[in-house]
Design a protein around this ligand. Structure first.
Ligand code: HEC
Ligand code: HEC
Ligand code: HEC
Length: 432
């Protein structure tokens, strides 16, 4: 009897292994000679260029100081270091001998031309939401317009057994959303266009949606905020901790210019999203994105100018009466206030720090990162930069300033702040 049970368990397991093998195995797609470029129309190539920008392909596929699309951009994940692939049309080290079908399969299912599984650091689960036509346009753009560069991909630094490519199939089965994009009939065409862009090519959720312990996006918590590259991508939903609610205009302004006077500027990993990615999209597309996100954030329309929190933030700029004895207030007054004091009203383009998510999030990472490394010319409002204080302020100083800003914005102190500052200082810097 016992033996029979064991045999049948073994049988079920063996059948499972075989079925998983069939599921996990993907054939190689034969290499082709590079396609004849005259087969693509100028219009298709232009659309592909726009979509490649909106998908930040070059942000992830270009190493700092390296050649565009040639890969080896380093990504630090909880599972180890991952290097992106060379996706220039070089036939040996890039995707020059990939057929359109091989490219579509990779973008939809995360399987390389030779059949090996790709890691989800490549956001194929989002690109999967695109139409075939849009994916083909990106293929046309890369094949015709990106210069071929010969450069071998570096081996990923992922430890055994996570580095077994085959097991990726199991991960996909469990966590990847393989469904096509579906329009929501009860929403406007503009909303649906925004949803299509956000869920697909612009993959906002890859950073803003929390992940489970194995790195799978938690789709029931879409856009509710997550840690990414040492930063926090804040919640974009009704659970946002922003003092003033995000309205459609606010999303539009932030996504178009990188700055919302009622919220803040796009720094860190959000800077290239706005300035290199969304910059390629038309105004109509940015409006569509803002309609979609305004809906998820609760469709607020109240005028922020009459919100008492705005006046409170203006008042918070005035140093507390005990400025001379409070170290944070004193350091803030000497190192920061010259740039961050806007008088008795809101200045165009200069967000009040007390309104920014950096001081309201549960984790001080964004605030500390900004103090350490500043805000570059291409990240904030045009022409103005914020210097980095990495070399000039100690962990204790940064903790004191952060504590002071947190308190004047009306929030409870961050626990173990100085220790957090030390950790954040040591983490790999986000570069781009
Ligand atoms: C968030 C970073 C990121 C973004 C954005 C990104 N990729 Fe990638 N991509 C990667 C990584 C990392 C790999 C390699 C994964 C691995 O080693 O398994 C990869 C692999 C690929 C591959 C497979 C190449 C091969 O030789 O197997 C293709 C094709 C590709 N990406 C195309 C694109 C395109 C097109 C875009 C823009 C629409 C894009 N990627 C955007 C990170 C990214
Ligand atoms: C590569 C990761 C990444 C991607 C992709 C990304 N974001 Fe972000 N986002 C961030 C980070 C990190 C911040 C915090 C930036 C800061 O504090 O300056 C942020 C901030 C924001 C904010 C400001 C929120 C607040 O309360 O301050 C908005 C709005 C936003 N992102 C919208 C989007 C939208 C819409 C998309 C897709 C079109 C998107 N993001 C794609 C990482 C990302
Ligand atoms: C030389 C001028 C200058 C100085 C000095 C300066 N900043 Fe900034 N800061 C900026 C600019 C410019 C931005 C980009 C946003 C904007 O345009 O207002 C910015 C943005 C920020 C942000 C918001 C980033 C975001 O993601 O929204 C924070 C927080 C901040 N600064 C804190 C500080 C602190 C703390 C100090 C002192 C240690 C300081 N700044 C010193 C100019 C400055």
């Amino acid at each position: 009897m016992r033996k029979r049970i064991i045999y049948s368990i073994c049988g079920v397991v063996a059948a499972g292994v075989v079925l998983f093998g069939i599921y996990a195995w993907h054939p190689e797609i034969a290499p082709v000679t590079p396609p004849d470029n005259s087969q693509f129309s100028a219009e298709t190539i232009a659309k592909g260029k726009m979509l490649a920008a909106a998908g930040y392909c070059s942000t992830c596929h270009t190493a700092p100081g390296g050649q565009e699309y040639a890969g080896n951009y380093q990504m630090h994940t909880d599972f180890g270091t991952i290097y992106s692939s060379n996706i220039t049309p070089d036939p040996e080290t890039g995707i020059g001998n990939w057929s359109e079908a091989a490219f579509i399969r990779a973008m939809r299912t995360g399987v390389s031309r030779d059949g090996h599984h790709l890691l989800p650091a490549f956001p194929f689960e989002h690109f999967n939401k695109m139409t075939d036509d849009d994916i083909k346009a990106i293929y046309a753009y890369i094949m015709t317009s990106v210069p071929a560069v010969q450069q071998q991909k570096q081996e990923n630094g992922i430890p055994f057994p996570l580095n077994i490519r085959f097991l990726q199939a199991g991960w996909k089965m469990l966590f990847a959303d393989g469904s096509d994009f579906s329009e929501q009939a009860d929403k406007s065409a503009q909303w649906n266009r925004g949803a299509y862009l956000a869920q697909g090519i612009a993959h906002c959720g890859a950073c803003h949606t929390p992940r489970n312990a194995l790195g799978g996006e938690q789709y029931d918590k879409m856009y509710q905020g997550a840690a990414i590259d040492g930063w926090i991508a804040p919640s974009l939903t009704t659970s946002s901790t922003s003092p003033l609610p995000w309205r459609q205009q606010d999303f539009y302004e932030y996504l178009r210019t990188g700055n919302s006077p009622f919220h803040g500027s796009a720094a860190g990993p959000m800077a290239p999203v706005v300035h290199h990615g969304l910059a390629a999209l038309s105004d109509d597309d940015i409006k569509a994105l803002s309609v979609y996100f305004a809906d998820l954030a609760g469709n607020h329309t109240e005028d922020p100018a009459t919100n008492p929190k705005l006046q409170a933030a203006i008042d918070a700029q005035h140093p507390m009466p005990d400025a001379r004895i409070n170290k944070g207030a004193r350091l803030y007054a000497s190192a920061c206030a010259a740039c961050h004091f806007s008088g008795n009203k809101l200045k165009k383009g200069r967000p009040l720090l007390a309104l920014g998510s950096a001081v309201h999030l549960d984790d001080p990472a964004n605030l500390v990162n900004v103090i350490l490394d500043g805000v570059r010319r291409d990240q904030g409002i045009q022409g103005v930069v914020m210097p980095g204080f990495r070399k000039r302020l100690s962990d204790e100083d940064i903790a004191a300033i952060s504590e002071y800003l947190r308190q004047s914005a009306g929030e409870q102190p961050w626990p173990q702040l100085q220790q957090r500052v030390s950790e954040i200082r040591l983490q790999p810097r986000f570069e781009h």
